[in-house]
Write a protein of this length. Structure first.
Length: 198
């Protein structure tokens, strides 16, 4: 799996296109389903768990995606970024899955609590399963139609949301946060608390 192209969109939003991703994505999705007993969740909104967390050891195929994205993001944002894996007790929000069924959506939020950059990898994107919306610095809303086999990178301050899925097939993406060192570890800091949704 490798990056074939990189386009810049609004607001320091970058689109990476991958090739030879099929096997890695299939393994990741299979390991995700196999590890169901270990799933933990953030919070339920409109009858859906927003974030599904899986220990990295149970989903080793995801490492390749996260490592590739971290390297690319360090280049794009011009600083050394790390993706924290394997210390879920310290940092829970390093990566997670978004499983969206028909009628599901994700409200407006950002990831700015601790991270420097964030991203999302589109693992399984049925048609009409929800566009990625984001606000530019003037507050204008833009839409990006996700494509399987791509990764979006953006500053963690970017306000974004996902439209309602109108597909009867499951939409699966993997989101992640990337950090600068030294890490800021604040146990009171809940990056996906309700107060971040607006
Ligand atoms: Fe997000």
């Amino acid at each position: 799996m490798e990056i074939t192209s990189q386009d810049s969109l609004h607001n320091d939003l970058h689109l990476l296109k991958l090739e030879n991703f099929e096997e890695t994505f299939a393994d990741t999705i299979e390991q995700l389903h196999q590890s169901k007993e270990e799933w933990t969740f953030s919070h339920k909104i409109q009858r859906r768990w927003e974030n599904t967390y899986v220990p990295i050891d149970s989903i080793p195929a995801a490492r390749e995606i996260l490592n590739l994205a971290t390297k690319a993001a360090s280049k794009v944002f011009g600083r050394s970024l790390v993706c924290i894996q394997g210390v879920e007790r310290l940092i829970k929000d390093s990566f997670w899955f978004n499983l969206m069924e028909e009628g599901h959506s994700t409200g407006w939020h950002n990831h700015k609590a601790r991270a420097h950059a964030s991203g999302v990898c589109y693992l399984q994107i049925p048609e009409d399963s929800g566009k990625f919306r984001y606000r530019d610095s003037e507050g204008t809303v833009h839409c990006h139609t996700p494509i399987q086999g791509t990764i979006l990178l953006f500053p963690s301050t970017l306000n974004h949301s996902v439209e309602t899925s109108e597909s009867d097939q499951l939409r699966i993406s993997m989101a992640f946060n990337l950090y600068t060192l030294p890490l800021r570890l604040d146990p009171e800091d809940d990056p996906f608390g309700g107060n971040l949704f607006f």
